[in-house]
Design a protein around this ligand. Structure first.
Ligand code: PBG
Length: 361
């Protein structure tokens, strides 16, 4: 309830039965003594309308990409245990889902595949009849305007779960890059608009750009997972994609969480190799990286609020420890404020609904 007042220090929502401290006899009034001055930033926070007027960062549905998981089989639509509200869908279900996503006003999806058979070089990842390739075709048929962005990696397809190809027990950079090129090309051939290599091998952006151009896909964009950290926050995703490494970890290719100069170097290399957009991932523990990349490069920046960040807030909300909508909107707004143009989030469909009803105080 708002109480009319002329003195801004007093203008607060208040319950009628609150004891009025200012009217106590003998109370010291700093206002009357003139010791506060005229700088009162709270004036612009007084009402919801004023706060909206001067808000510096506006989250928009236009800036969101929605990650979706495609699995083998047909007629599959199963909720992912570690990611409440997210689904495994077979390619044949993707057309309907794409129409639903488009109807919410979301501009694009980011596709991840799960393989039927794993192999040393993840051959299914570049199969023209693979789940992602078939899903792209279904989506493009159902919702041609919806942006289809694809994750280019091998981890869900290799029998060892690493993002690249092994040679003498080590991840071989250049052999892996050759495979990324094949995967990216197969996605472009199926109709993808943007390919997003997430393997973190050196030189893959330049190699993919060269081959896409040579094969007549010069207008297909590359969104490079440029600053992808070796993070603990990918846990739920690895369960969803069945992509956890069987031995070792990803520290020899993904970035050390302690480094920011190295991230700037990685982004610079990807931009020089022809990346149209660069990504920082995860998002919330790396907002300083987003801000540094923003200050250093002029290409569009994407930030990915990953599965573990999503699941952590979901789990706390399920226990009643925080409000999911408020926490999600605050987190996503902070990513935009840090300088990201594009935000990749599992909350995209919820945000469409939340923003539509005018959320935000
Ligand atoms: C594949 C890939 C991962 C994610 C996106 N692409 C997992 C990983 O690197 O282990 C994580 C996405 C998420 O956690 O939401 N390389």
């Amino acid at each position: 309830m708002w109480h009319a007042c002329s003195d801004l220090t007093e203008c607060e929502p208040r319950a009628p039965d609150v004891h009025d401290v200012a009217s106590e006899p003998g109370k010291i009034s700093v206002t009357k003594m003139g010791i506060i001055g005229s700088q009162r930033p709270r004036r612009l926070r007084r009402t919801s309308a004023i706060r909206r007027l001067v808000r510096e960062t506006r989250l928009s549905i236009d800036q969101l990409l929605y990650p979706m998981f495609v699995v083998p089989g047909s007629g599959v639509e199963d909720e992912i245990g570690s990611m409440p509200g997210q689904f495994h869908r077979s390619a044949d279900r993707m057309g309907d889902s794409a129409r639903a996503v488009e109807a919410l006003g979301i501009q694009g999806v980011l596709l991840f595949g799960r393989s039927a058979t794993k192999s040393p070089d993840g051959s299914e990842a570049s199969d023209h009849d693979g789940v992602v390739q078939r899903a792209i075709e279904q989506i493009k048929r159902a919702a041609p305007e919806l942006i289809v962005c694809t994750d280019v990696c091998l981890c869900a397809y290799t029998d060892h779960g690493h993002c690249g190809v092994l040679h003498r027990g080590m991840i071989d950079n250049d052999l892996s890059v050759s495979r990324m090129v094949e995967v990216a090309l197969s996605h472009a051939q199926a109709g993808a608009d943007i390919v997003a290599p997430s393997d973190m091998m050196d030189g893959r952006v330049g190699a993919i750009r060269t081959v896409l151009d040579a094969e007549g896909f010069g207008s297909i964009s590359i969104m490079a997972y440029a600053a992808k950290y070796a993070s603990a926050f990918y846990g739920p995703f690895r369960e969803a994609s069945d992509s956890a490494p069987l031995f070792g970890d990803r520290h020899t290719y993904q970035l050390d969480p302690a480094n920011v100069r190295e991230a700037i170097r990685e982004v610079g290399l990807d931009v020089a190799e022809g990346a149209d957009m660069v990504m920082v991932k995860p998002a919330l523990p790396y907002l300083d990286v987003v801000a540094r990349v923003r200050a250093t490069y002029d290409v569009p920046i994407a930030a990915y609020l990953v599965s573990g960040e999503f699941a952590a807030i979901k789990a706390a909300a399920a226990r009643g420890w925080l409000n999911e909508e408020d926490a999600a909107l605050e987190a996503l707004t902070s990513i935009s404020r840090a300088g990201a143009d594009v935000i990749i989030t599992y909350w995209a469909p919820d945000v469409a609904v939340w923003l539509d009803k005018g959320s935000g105080s």
